[in-house]
Design a protein around this ligand. Structure first.
Ligand code: PBG
Ligand code: ZN
Length: 324
């Protein structure tokens, strides 16, 4: 294929030809929308760094869940902001906890919407770390006990899929065992397999009030410089029977998405995290970029890199465009 006989531009000449040779598609089916459930009555508090995203009490979150369902988005992922936090994060595995009540309320009003729950301790602990503190660090094996209880409590309340995001070693096997022993062998686990210690989570921590009160998460989340370690993390999750793998964040880690997709055959999720959303929103508010186009290009890029599904705060905006 040489110029001038071969001319690549022939295949880009008009919209029909471009449609015919398009390789990657973002579909509404690919989207998962994150929501923050806050304790209280009639609360709808916008997160300053995440325009359009709210901390909401149950009545309002149910209304938004209906809207998400009506847009054709198959699933939401829920995060809870409890009334009280303590050192053991006890609201996380309490049957009347914020998430448990939220799951029941959504299931009652919008039974067709798939509910994924974030399984982690940081939204529920007063110190803001993702597990039990021993000395200066998070104790892995003690934390596993709480994660088991949290995952079980979520599915007992009606969660369809659990998504552990804590990055403790052995958590997928522990949660799988706990669910199986309690007759929940039909519930899939969406593992945050490859989760980096990222500054892109900043706005989320405002949203979930989950900033660590001391130190940071680098003793359990991955070093952003590492690639081979991502393969080891994903391989462990496969052996432990995860049903979905995830790479998080997405935008600065598209190479990792591609690598994981090529090496593992499980459905792969990209988490288009809070900071990635905030940057696009902020630039659009300044009039510096075209919001719709940058959003669609970014989400399509994640799919092209290898993601089957994308967790994104843009989900409703993207669905509106895709639905035409
Ligand atoms: C909880 C959790 C976090 C995110 C998802 N689950 C925060 C963190 O690990 O600090 C981040 C999501 C986002 O930034 O949008 N561990
Ligand atoms: Zn956490």
């Amino acid at each position: 294929m040489f110029f001038p006989e071969y001319r690549a531009r022939r295949m880009r000449r008009n919209d029909n030809i471009r449609r015919m040779v398009r390789e990657t598609f973002l579909r509404v089916d690919d989207l998962i929308y994150p929501m923050f459930s806050a304790f209280g009555e009639n609360i709808k508090k916008e997160i300053p760094s995440m325009p359009g995203i709210y901390q909401q009490s149950i009545n309002n979150i149910v209304a938004e869940a209906q809207e998400v369902y009506d847009l054709g988005i198959p699933a939401v992922i829920l995060f809870g902001i409890p009334e009280y936090k303590d050192s053991m994060g006890s609201d996380a595995y309490c049957d009347t906890g914020i998430i448990q009540e939220t799951i029941r309320a959504i299931k009652k009003q919008v039974p067709g919407l798939t509910i994924i729950t974030d399984v982690c301790m940081c939204e529920y602990t007063d110190h803001g770390h993702c597990g039990v503190i021993k000395g200066e660090d998070v104790d892995n094996d003690e934390t596993l006990k709480l994660l088991r209880a949290e995952a079980l409590s979520h599915v007992q309340a009606g969660a369809d899929i659990v998504a552990p995001s804590d990055m403790m070693d052995g958590r997928i096997a522990a949660i799988r065992e706990e669910l199986d022993e309690n007759d929940f062998s039909h519930i899939p686990i969406m593992s945050y397999s490859v989760k980096y210690a990222s500054a892109y989570y900043g706005p989320f921590r405002d949203a979930a009030d989950s900033t660590p009160q001391f130190g940071d998460r680098r003793s359990y989340q991955m070093d952003p410089a590492n690639r081979l370690e991502a393969f080891r993390e994903a391989a462990l999750d496969v052996v432990e029977c995860a049903d979905f793998l995830m790479v998080k964040p997405a935008l600065a880690y598209l190479d990792i998405l591609r690598d994981i997709k090529e090496r593992f055959d499980l459905p792969l999720v990209a988490y288009n995290v809070s900071g990635e959303y905030s940057m696009v929103k902020a630039a659009a508010e300044k009039g510096w970029i075209d919001y719709d186009r940058v959003m669609m290009e970014t989400l399509t890029g994640m799919k092209r890199a290898g993601a089957d599904l994308v967790i994104t705060y843009h989900a409703k905006d993207a669905a509106r465009i895709l639905n035409g």
